[in-house]
Each structure stands twice: as C-alpha cells, then as structure tokens.
Design a protein around this ligand. Structure first.
Ligand SMILES: C[S@@+](CC[C@H](N)C(=O)[O-])C[C@H]1O[C@@H](n2cnc3c(N)ncnc32)[C@H](O)[C@@H]1O
Length: 217
C-alpha cells in the first residue's frame, strides 16, 4: 500500500504527484486525509484515523509506505502518523527513509551553497514566528523561512528594514515542473506565493562582520 496525504478538492497532492511515475501496477494507492488547519482539535483525530487505517492494512499482512514532500523528519505529517500508529500498536515497525528537504532542494535550484565554513543556519517556520526574524538576523548568517506564503508581506517589510531584500531568494515549488525562482526581492513586496514556497536570506551584513573578525591564532 502506498499512502500519501490526500490532495485538496479531489486533486492529487504534491507527494502523490511526485511518486506517481514510479508506482507499479500491484501497488495500491491509499490517500490519507489530513485537514489543512493548525487546530490540534481537528488534526489529532485525523492523525488517529489515518493511523487506524494504516494499522488495518498492517494487521492484514500488508506493508504500507507513506510518501511525503521532502524529508519525513522535517516538519512532516509522517511524524504524527508514525507516533499515532505506535500508540495504537507499539510493536509496529516504522522505518524512516531520508529524503531531500526543501532548504537543500532550494539551494540546489539556486545553484548556491546553503551554508559554508562556520556560518550559522537558522530555520524558521515563518507562519508561527515571522516576528522573530529580526532578532534571528542579529546572529544568523543564513535564514531559511518555511511556511512563508501567508506572512510574506510582514517578512518583506522586515527584510526591507534590515536592507536584506537584495540578498534574499524565493523558490516556489522547488524541483517540480512549476518551479519559480525570485532573486533580489526589492521588486516583489506583494507576491502571492503558493504554500510550497521557501525563502532564503543570505545575511550579508553579518557575514561581512564575521569576515572582518581577526583570524583565531
Ligand atoms: C509542512 S513543511 C514540509 C517540509 C518538508 N518535509 C521538507 O522536507 O522540506 C511545508 C513547507 O516546506 C516548504 N517546502 C516543501 N517543499 C517545497 C518545495 N518543493 N518548494 C518550496 N518549498 C517547499 C514550504 O515552505 C512549505 O510551506
């Protein structure tokens, strides 16, 4: 059984589309329904229901894989599904297969390293903490913002104040056929970004400060 998060409005989801070309005829598809909300009161019953569905197949002797965008250990629904499954059946065997997470996919698309040498990298799930960006920029050399679409205007204003728009990049739908790259965000205060967008800030101001430090003896 090949499980994946069901898409919206009857359309195939991102993970399902990514794996579609590799599925064999004998592999059956199992869309699992997870609401696109933040409320735990709605998410928890969905995780439990999905885990129950998976457990039903495991008890029938099937093997179930769960396809996820990027890496399954990086802000992934897989974590909640696996935890819920193990609560229902502690003896269930769960294995994580590593994938390429979106910051690294975006760096490859941009043709730039994400980090070098002693640079400090910070990842912010911006939807929950966009206002922390300014503080983080006082010490991080590279900042990656996930879940940035709904707070993009606020993020743009902060980058504007910090004079970092020129050193910021967005990759929409990295590594898919609909991928779009924006480099130098000064001209883009009002982008309507899709959920699968990532923003990378190369904090040049701090990088110059670090470069100016005397080398340790
Ligand atoms: C719930 S997190 C999932 C992260 C994913 N597990 C990973 O390894 O990247 C969803 C966020 O990841 C980012 N994301 C995931 N895939 C992406 C892609 N192909 N292109 C751009 N951003 C992506 C977006 O910021 C999106 O809002």
């Amino acid at each position: 059984m090949v499980a994946f998060p069901a898409g919206r409005k009857g359309q195939p989801g991102v993970a399902e589309r990514a794996i579609a070309g590799w599925l064999k005829p004998q592999q059956r598809r199992l869309p699992l329904y997870f609401p696109y909300v933040q409320a735990l009161s709605q998410l928890q019953p969905a995780w439990q229901q999905a885990a129950q569905t998976v457990l039903g197949y495991l008890e029938a002797g099937e093997t179930v894989v769960f396809a996820s965008e990027g890496d399954v250990s990086f802000y992934s629904t897989f974590t909640y599904l696996a935890q819920s499954l193990l609560q229902l059946q502690p003896a269930a065997q769960v294995e994580a297969v590593p994938g390429v997470c979106s910051p690294l996919a975006a760096a490859a698309v941009l043709g730039q390293p994400l980090t070098v040498q002693g640079q400090r990298l910070t990842v912010l799930p911006a939807l929950y903490c966009a206002s922390d960006l300014e503080t983080v920029l006082t010490w991080a050399d590279v900042v990656v913002l996930l879940k940035v679409s709904s707070v993009y205007r606020q993020v743009w204003q902060i980058l504007h104040r910090c004079k970092l728009l020129r050193h910021s990049y967005i990759v929409e739908r990295a590594t898919t056929e609909h991928q779009i790259v924006y480099a130098d965000l000064r001209a883009y205060p009002d982008l309507q970004l899709p959920y699968f967008s990532i923003l990378i800030v190369q904090n040049q101001i701090r990088q110059f400060q670090v470069a100016a430090l005397p080398c340790p003896q």
